[in-house]
Ligand binder design. Structure first.
Ligand code: PMV
Length: 347
């Protein structure tokens, strides 16, 4: 792979495209890959795409450039973040048959790397923008598969509101396995949910989700039981969404997330993302339920806690969470839109 230079002022312009995508929060989690290269997960997962924290990405082909240039919030991207974007561009180039390097500018409004799924919105936006700039005509299912190759959870951010990511199968060739794993929208009846997001630590995580998943799969005696119970959780979740039963959705989401964290705690060495403040928020969620409010917690690869509730209860839930962790910031999200192209020129 070629190395890149820092972002500079002059690169003659080729076709360009700009896309926006939102993060998603899994209610039945993706935790563990069965194929690291193709980003094929062990289990199906299901998420809600948010209406806050969008990522906007512009991809412009630079026919005269020798290297890709990648910026994140106006600064040259470095390290692993840059490597992953360039690896993704290589895949798009291979598929489009266009060797041109690109200039990729990303504006992230979600704190990067804090377990708030910036990679989901990031790679969903990049997939849509890069496909358009390189002239790859893709429907939403194909875009979901493509986004998956940047970050598994990005496959779900291609769709708005609720999305189910199929683990797919690995029976035949690599190409067949790749085709079998994509997300699709899940329809819900009469649900008006909110996710109250407590950002307890916006710093980068100590262990990447990729490394934590690998370690969990390799060493945790609790992984297989969780993966098996996740199948039941998904069936229960789909039934609860069909009924529009917020409390059942929340109960399944909470048990699935706690189970996922249990698998990591039992890994060797243990991976522990939850901080004391996370447990304080979990206590406040229990207290809300004792007070008769339907509030249910879910946590990802970081200390932040997201609390699912009815939209009409979101203000009260947010106040309780704020009171529990005065140092944190609290955001209220509803179901948001899927990834979409904002602009396209030169093609
Ligand atoms: O796609 P990644 O590597 O960001 O995986 C994230 C996995 C979790 O956020 C912990 C769960 C999920 O399903 O999003």
């Amino acid at each position: 792979m070629r190395t890149e230079q820092p972002a500079g002022p002059h690169v003659p312009g080729g076709p360009a495209a700009t896309a926006v995508a939102h993060p998603n929060i899994a209610l039945v989690k993706y935790w563990g890959k069965r194929d690291e290269e193709l980003f094929l997960p062990r289990t199906d997962s299901l998420s809600m795409t948010l209406d806050i924290f969008p990522t906007t990405t512009r991809v412009r082909l630079a026919p005269a450039a020798e290297h890709d240039r990648v910026t994140l919030n106006g600064r040259p991207a470095t390290g692993e973040a840059k490597r992953r974007v360039i690896a993704f561009l290589e895949l798009v180039r291979e598929r489009s048959g266009t060797a041109h390097r690109a200039v990729v500018d990303t504006e992230n409004t979600v704190p990067t790397g804090a377990g708030l799924a910036s990679s989901a919105s990031g790679f969903a936006a990049l997939a849509v923008a890069a496909a358009a700039a390189y002239g790859l005509e893709q429907d939403a299912t194909a875009l979901s598969r493509l986004a998956r190759r940047g970050s598994g959870s990005a496959s779900r951010s291609v769709f708005g509101a609720f999305a189910l990511w199929h683990a797919g199968h690995s029976g035949g060739t690599a190409a067949q396995a790749d085709l079998s794993s994509y997300a699709e929208p899940v329809h819900t009846a009469g649900l008006d949910p909110a996710l109250v997001i407590a950002v307890l630590d916006a710093g980068p995580k100590a262990v990447s989700s990729r490394e934590a998943m690998r370690r969990t799969l390799d060493t945790s005696p609790l992984y297989e039981p969780w993966a098996r119970s996740s199948t039941d959780d998904l069936a229960d979740m789909r039934a609860a969404l069909r009924r529009g039963d917020l409390d059942a959705v929340g109960e399944v989401a909470e048990r699935n997330a706690l189970g996922m964290h249990a698998t990591m705690l039992a890994a060797r060495p243990a991976v522990r993302y939850l901080a004391p403040a996370s447990l304080t928020v979990l206590d406040s969620v229990l207290q809300l339920r004792r007070d008769g409010i339907g509030a249910y917690a879910t946590m990802d690869a970081g200390p932040n806690v997201k609390v699912l509730c009815r939209r009409t209860d979101a203000g009260r839930v947010a106040a309780a969470v704020r009171g529990a962790v005065p140092g944190g910031s609290v955001h209220i999200a509803g179901p948001g839109p899927g990834a979409r192209l904002l602009a396209r020129d030169g093609r």
